[in-house]
Every structure is written in structure tokens, then in C-alpha cells.
Write a protein that binds this ligand. Sequence first.
Ligand code: COA
Length: 390
Amino acid sequence: MNIGIDKIGFYTPHLYVETKELAVARNIDPGKFTVGIGQEKMSVPPITQDAVSLAANAAHEILTEEDKQQIDFVIFATESGIDHSKAGAVYVHELLGINSNARSIEVKEACYGATAGIQIAKGHIALNPDSKVLILGSDIARYGLNTGGEVTQGAGAVAIVMSTDPSIMTLESPSTYQTEDIMDFWRPIFSDKAFVDGKQSVDKYLSFFQDIWKVHKQKTELELKDFEAICFHLPYTKMGQKALKAVIPEGTEADQERLLANFETSKQYNKIVGNIYTGSLYLSLLSLLELNTNIEAGARIGLFSYGSGAVGEFFSGILQPNYKDALHTAQHETLLAERKEISVAEYEEVFEDIVPAGEPTIELPVENDPAPICFSGVKDHMRQYVRKDG
Ligand code: COA
């Protein structure tokens, strides 16, 4: 049975800051951010966007009425969730009008969560071939003003519909995964910002990739020559480049050239959006699929997922005939082109503008946010959302 990715949606807020402006404000050489880290723009979420509204906006653009009837499982992956008990998936299920005979859950393991969702969906569809599953990877990356991680912030969501006989990519088996209990990045319950040991997170990402790649090659007998491209979780684009460069000497000159060129394509969206945690790997896949001009159906794409804490996984997929027709490239071009640049001072103001904890009732200015779906406030401690299109 062929199971895989049938649709991919994406949403990022309408505000961004240039990382070179951020560097100047922080007394840092801009080259460190644009070349050393590899980030050019950073999406900034207004108070009217949270993980739920970002996810709903990402899915909103791709779902037809037929999809809403066929989806029987909504899996919401996030590490910036809005409730310790109720799943973000339940809010999205309601906002999108998905049929009531569906399961809706939230999964968590740092930036790995959406990959867990994809593998759960694969198993679910294998048992229920008529099913479609909606997987949402949605996050706001927050490290804090003037911190080492600040330039690697961002916000956005990716929405993936999985089914049998998918239009974009079938997923192959087996995949290879690994877990190790480490404290490279975490966010205690009381904090709205991540705690991070940046150097450890980079070292662990690299050692996870190399260890998993070694086991995957033994298990599958696949080598670099068998991959048209490898997409990486991209907390910042230099991170994936470091990982690719660690294994690339294994390939021929042609392999190296192809994989490096396709990596360039796969980082374009991430470079101008920033880290979106759980969705980052799939934003990179989207960048590769939408922006490449020469990758043909039948090509194998490798995917490396890493979630601090830590869990990693490597798996692959095969592109399907006419996969480009199933993409929403023009919408994403418009979404990214119509964003508004804000100054560092404005970004700092937006960053500090958060819903005060414990406030029972708040109304938020949704009229300032062009998104179709917004977080509109809190009523008796219950979060409220609006769909502006009715
Ligand atoms: N021009 C070009 N490159 C420059 C430069 C300049 N003027 N100044 C510095 N650099 C390069 C450095 O040489 C380094 O390159 P390298 O990694 O290839 O050696 C890179 O910029 C980063 O510099 P570094 O001093 O290591 O940055 P940092 O101490 O500020 O930390 C992170 C970077 C990623 C660790 C930090 O942003 C962070 O903690 N981010 C959040 C966690 C994260 O994203 N982890 C990733 C794994 S999940």
C-alpha cells in the first residue's frame, strides 16, 4: 500500500524583522547572523497569533470539503501549546469544520513532534486505508531579547494531509530513530521562553544525525547516491549545512554537487521565516519541492528530524508523478511577499506584548492582523478564536 503526503499547507505571521538590523541593534557583525547562522529574516507573531491559529491558518488553505469529511484523525504537534490538558487539535478541528467522527490529539517531543505525527498517521492509514490524517506542526520559537538564541526565533505552521496513493510523496519503510535523555533544550512549565544549551544542542544534533545515518545505511543499503536531496530540521539554516557536510565526503563528486545544490533550495523558506520548531523540517521540504526546477517524479528525498531532549529520526519518500500540481506554490509566494518589515524596536514591543497569565477576560485587536484565523482573546479563562471569513 502506498501511504504518504497528499497536501502541504504553510502559514507564517505577517510581520518580520531583518536579522542584519537585529545584529546592528545587538552590536554584532551582521555577517554572523546572515552567513554564520544563515538567517536573513525572522517572522514575528503578533499577540493575535498562537500555535492554534497558526496551525488553523496553515490547514485552512489546503482543505476541501471532501477532505474535511474524510479526515478522521487530527494530530497537532507543538512545543508552544496553549493548554496543559486540552489538545490544540480540538480547537483546529472546530475552526476548520472537520467532521465530528475524528480523533484529535496533541503530541510533544520538541521539534520532533510532527515526525511522530507522520509516523503515527502512517500506521493509522495502513489499518484504515480510506482515512485521511491531518498533521499540524505549529510553533512560536521564543528564546528572549538579547539572548544567544534570539536570532534563531521565528513563528509558523505546516499542515500535512496524509492518505493512501498520495499526490506528493509516498513514505518508505523502514525509518531509523534514536532517543537519549539530555538537557540541550527544554521549556519548564512556568516559562514562556525556552532554556537552551546552544553548543550542546548543535553537537547532539550532529552526533544524532551521524549515528542514525550509519544505522540507516546498514538497515536499508541506501547510500548518498540514492538520494536526490536530503532535507533537515533547520533551527537555522547553517545547522543543516553542517550536518550535510559531515557525511557528504562519502559521495562522488556528482553526489556532492547535487546534494549541496538541492540543500540550497531546501533552505530558502527557512532562511526568511526563522525557526518554526516542529514544522521546520517540513518547511524545508516545502521549499525544496516548490522552488526546485529539476527534481523529477521518482526521486528519493531523505528527511532528518531532530527534537531536543532528544529524539531523532531519518526516513525517506519518493516523489509522485505531477507532484508540483498538488503544491500551493503561488499562495506561499504571495504570503511571503506580502509580509511587512518592522524595526527592531517594534519587534521588541511585539515580543513583550503577551497575554498576562491568569487574566480571565481579554479582548485582542484582531483587526490589525490580516490572517483569516486569529486568537481573539480570553473569556472566563477560555481562549477565543475568530474566523474572519465566517
Ligand atoms: N561573519 C560570518 N560568520 C561569523 C561571523 C561573521 N562576522 N561571526 C561569527 N560567525 C560564525 C561562527 O564562526 C560560527 O560558525 P560555525 O558554527 O560554522 O563555527 C557561527 O557564526 C555561529 O557563531 P557562534 O559563536 O557559535 O554563535 P553563538 O554562540 O551565538 O551560538 C547558537 C549559536 C546556534 C548555538 C545559538 O544561536 C543558539 O543557542 N540557538 C538556539 C538553539 C539552536 O538553534 N540549536 C540548534 C540545534 S536544535
